[in-house]
Design a protein around this ligand. Structure first.
Ligand SMILES: [Zn+2]
Length: 321
């Protein structure tokens, strides 16, 4: 059975009283009134930034409020974990992380390509030139040789949503290389932080093509990659707007022939399955044209529809704040 990012426990969190746990996404509202989860608690701060974006994307994609009234109710009356489980389960077939079929944030059919040690998905790790010149003084080579599925899924997601430029045909993220992300946060529980960044569905209809409803239009790993050997661009008209949370510019896939067991070099946990290498190929999805990502900060001008989405977001926060 595949490791599934909806059903299985893989998200490290911390509760109000300091208790640390690893949960499945539906448990985000568990024990909300007595000892709520207040934050993610990954071993790397960039992973925490990615996990909150995963949670926001998952909630936006599976249970977006229809309008501002529904949004207010979702804020004042958070869903139970049972309700979250039922809702998230409807998307579970899109969130397998290993296996022969479609795998989260991985190229659908990549069987060739260059093989890299798994640390290469971490953006700060020294590249080929640095290692050849023997100048990896601060970030040393070979410090991360094995990753558990939890850390690897987070690292893959981090790379795909932040992908820097690098090498011919290695595409940058949908928001450009190393995008800035703004998250509205709440102190009392993580559900409020997530929900403050979720928009009513009606707001999204202006941000992309709502008629594109095939799984691969939202979750690009669910079908063949929209490759870009001839610089072909994927614009906001080509896919569903929720695709923005799950964009996948890099063609990568775990090398499932080289799974090991032991302790993860990032979190230290002992696991039966650790990823050691992955395959990668250039000319993945080449995002182009005007995208308006709800978690990107924009400058608001006096005129112009381009900034309308953010103006309305601020408006809804004032109403509910
Ligand atoms: Zn780990």
């Amino acid at each position: 059975m595949s490791f599934n990012l909806i059903r299985d426990e893989w998200m490290p969190v911390i509760r109000q009283d300091g208790t640390k746990e690893v949960i499945a996404p539906y448990q985000l509202t568990e024990n909300l009134s007595i000892n709520p989860i207040v934050a993610f608690n990954a071993p790397r701060s960039d992973f925490n930034g990615s996990l909150i974006q995963f949670a926001i994307g998952l909630v936006q994609t599976t249970m977006a409020p229809k309008d501002k009234g529904e949004w207010r109710r979702g804020f004042t009356s958070p869903p139970s974990k049972e309700k979250l489980k039922t809702i998230f389960d409807t998307a579970s077939q899109n969130f397998d992380f290993d296996g022969d079929e479609a795998c989260f944030m991985q190229d659908y059919e990549l069987r060739d390509g260059n093989v890299f040690q798994i640390d290469k998905v971490l953006m700060e790790m020294p590249g080929k030139n640095t290692i050849e010149n023997n100048t990896d003084h601060f970030l040393k080579r070979d410090t991360v040789k094995r990753m558990c599925f939890s850390c690897c899924a987070t690292a893959f997601f981090s790379l795909q949503i932040n992908a820097p430029s690098g090498g011919q045909g290695n595409r940058t993220s949908l928001r450009g290389g190393g995008p800035v992300t703004t998250i509205v946060t709440a102190d009392d529980n993580i559900w409020h932080t997530i929900w403050l960044n979720v928009l009513p569905e009606e707001e999204f209809k202006r941000l992309g093509n709502f008629s594109k409803t095939e799984p691969r239009d939202i979750f690009p790993w669910m079908g063949p990659t929209r490759t870009s050997e001839k610089q072909q661009e994927t614009t906001s008209h080509d896919v569903h707007p929720y695709h923005m949370f799950w964009s996948m510019p890099r063609r990568i896939r775990i090398n499932f022939d080289k799974i090991e067991s032991g302790s993860c070099d990032i979190c230290g946990n002992n696991k039966e399955k650790l990823v050691t290498t992955y395959r990668s190929k250039n000319y993945g999805t080449n995002y182009g044209g005007a995208w308006i990502h709800p978690l990107s900060p924009y400058t608001q001008t006096k005129k112009g529809d381009f900034f309308q989405g953010m103006a309305n977001l601020e408006g809804s926060l004032i109403v509910t704040g």
